[in-house]
Design a binder for this molecule. Sequence first.
Ligand code: GDP
Ligand code: MG
Length: 689
Amino acid sequence: MSNKTITVALAGNPNSGKTTIFNSLTGSRKRIGNYPGVTVEKEQAVFKYKGYQIKLVDLPGIYSLTAHSIDEIVARNFIIDEKPDVVVNIIDASNLERNLYLTTQLMELNLSLILAFNMYDLAQREVDVMDLDKLSQLMGTVIITTTANKKKGLNELLDEVIRVFKEKPACNDYTITYGSKIQEEIEKIEEVIRKDDRLAKRYSSRWLAIKLLEGDDDVSKKAINGSCSNELVAVIAKSVKRLKVMFGDDLEAIFADKRYGYISGACSEAVVRSYELRHTTSDQIDKLLINRVVGLPIFLVLMWSVFKFTFVLSEPLVALIENGQNFLANLAVKFLPVGGAIQSLVVDGIIGGVGSVLVFVPIIFLLFLAMGFLEYSGYMARAAFIMDGFMHKLGLHGRSVIPMLLGFGCNVPAIMATRTINDKRDRLVTILVNPFMSCGARLPVYTLFIAAFFSQEAAGNVLFSLYLIGIVVAIIMAKIFRNYMFRGEANAFVMELPPYRLPALKGLLIHVWDMVSAYLKKAGTIIFVACVAIWFLSNFPHNHDIKSKQLEQSYAGKIGKAITPVFEPLGFADWRTSVALIGGFGAKEVIIATLGTVHSVGDNESGEALRVKLQNAIDQEGRKLFTKLSVYSLMVFILLYMPCAAVIAVIKRETGSWRWSIFAVFYTTVVAWMFSFIIYQGGLLLGLG
Ligand code: GDP
Ligand code: MG
């Protein structure tokens, strides 16, 4: 039966439509994106077609077969090592010159290659004549035209796959001519390669020779350890030396030039276009959107709209979840033994815990729906472009700006949104400083304190100053991380501006679903466990039925009391405040509820009651617990100290290790302590106490 199984690899540039084709053929749902770097790993699926079992592999999107990125190495190692029966090169036919660059390299690998000219609908609109026969002849391969999102041409493509598999047409004798001088050297190296059976079997000798001349590290390492390696090293060194004398130092560039030259030659022979509609439309739109004057305001307005959209629409959904939670809690209260640990576990621990996981879902859903729209339409690349210069000054990348802004809403989706940052170090720095962007959950806490201790006139300024401190600290920390922990030049890469496209709703929903399910699966359990842990800490050992007394002598209360001296220099050393800060680990808004409990505010009392209690609270020596200065110091601490459990869970998920989560907990808390210290002690010195 094995001759009935065909392994087919899809290779192509990012955004050429590989995943769309993969999904249409296999029926599997995978994220479709208009953004580089979306498909990180190869995906595979098996399906039946005309009696054949077809194993389809979606390789990462790549622009060439050099070894400059992991994606490229993954893709080419798959092709070389797994030797798929057929390689289908998916090409965005509306962007032919650029896409064919990869093709010229695939052709040198001696594969059973088929070219799928995808986006043929767009190509037809933009190009007057595309002589496919001519192109097919020039490239030495079959060309099938497809419009993947309308499922056009896919059966023809499969038929061709089967034909190529059955007939195994002789590998085309097409070669790009790199000129006689280079050709001579290629042949010399090929000769040595053919002497080594192991190499000859594994690689196309011509391709290998070219890679070795280009100085490809990955290939060199693998190739130069066989029986002929000494001879090989010698002949390569000689050839490289000779060619460098002739062409200058950068041989890779010489090869690239030749390939592009070939492509532009082929295209000018076979393609006639009067104008590039999609690009000119995009260029027109860009005149406005990346304009020096209005580009930034438009960006800010769009981000503001995303926020409005998310937080206005999510409000009723969050309320719905909270109502459901209350409903279940009431049921539990009715049917479970009164006042027992079980009732408390179910009501406060489990239902509360599940609730704290679920309340993020509407926000994540809506935020990524809006952001996905901007991303897939091509706008996100522009936003990164506009902000790039500014963000570089901060030691970050243009793409970091979106996650930072999202942080003002909620750090959980904000950290998930760092996935669009390609550079690992940039991404990690962006993740680590994100919690300083003051999220929506911290706002009610500030509001409570500000209303209790500051005049109405001062309120706005105080609030604004907190947000500002968050931003400044984020910038300082980003600089420090960049300079000391994650050193190195920012990766230079082309800021691509893909043409604008109206995103497909289905793709958008798949993307949103991916985000929500990733959150639920990977972060949900951790958040839940954290909530139950906090419940446990506040309810055990159980001695009192009066809530405030119970909390005081619980583990949480004991920990609170133990850590209180640490806050002495910050101006808010009181066990009640400490316990509330511990509660804030579950979620920042929990600080309010915990303060209510420890200051014995009844369940039915209004918010006003807590405000008055805070104003009048006294410490053991009978002094006022809070002054303006100590409250400000406390708010700064709440702004900066350890992120909530959900954020920690998401950092773990996104960085793949607990190390960074734990690091985030500690370093933010240390930073918070230092800033509160400076503010409180500075304030005392200035006589503000
Ligand atoms: P990949 O990066 O190569 O996997 O590309 P995707 O499959 O993610 O596709 C990128 C975008 O192009 C998506 O928005 C698709 O809906 C869209 N797309 C894919 N094929 C076609 C096509 O034939 N015509 C048009 N107009 N759009 C397409
Ligand atoms: Mg893809």
